[in-house]
Design a protein around this ligand. Structure first.
Ligand code: SF4
Ligand code: SF4
Length: 83
């Protein structure tokens, strides 16, 4: 009984919440750096003619994110955050 409770506690500790990726649309200039650098193809460029840059990055496969932070580190405009 006590062993089961301990095993459950350990399992809970190991569980991490899924990564949350936030794109700050106003800052994104559609340069494609984050799309190119993401090793698991989480991000895509979406055409948006209403924007002066003509495109904005969108998160299409959040479940594939490994929280490697490459997108956040390389974005020149601080437009993408990973939590
Ligand atoms: S690197 Fe930054 S500015 Fe460039 S497309 Fe990605 S979020 Fe937008
Ligand atoms: S943190 Fe890594 S895996 Fe997740 S979206 Fe950014 S580059 Fe892709």
């Amino acid at each position: 009984m006590a062993e089961t409770a301990t095993a459950e506690k350990v399992a809970k500790k190991k569980e991490k919440p899924a990564p949350r990726i936030e794109v700050i649309d106003e800052f994104c200039k559609g340069c494609n750096i984050c799309v190119d650098i993401c090793p698991t193809n989480v991000l895509e460029m979406k055409p948006d003619p209403t924007r002066w840059v003509g495109a904005v990055v969108v998160v299409t496969r959040p479940e594939a994110c490994t929280r490697c932070m490459l997108c956040e580190i390389h974005c020149p405009d601080f437009a993408i955050k990973v939590y």
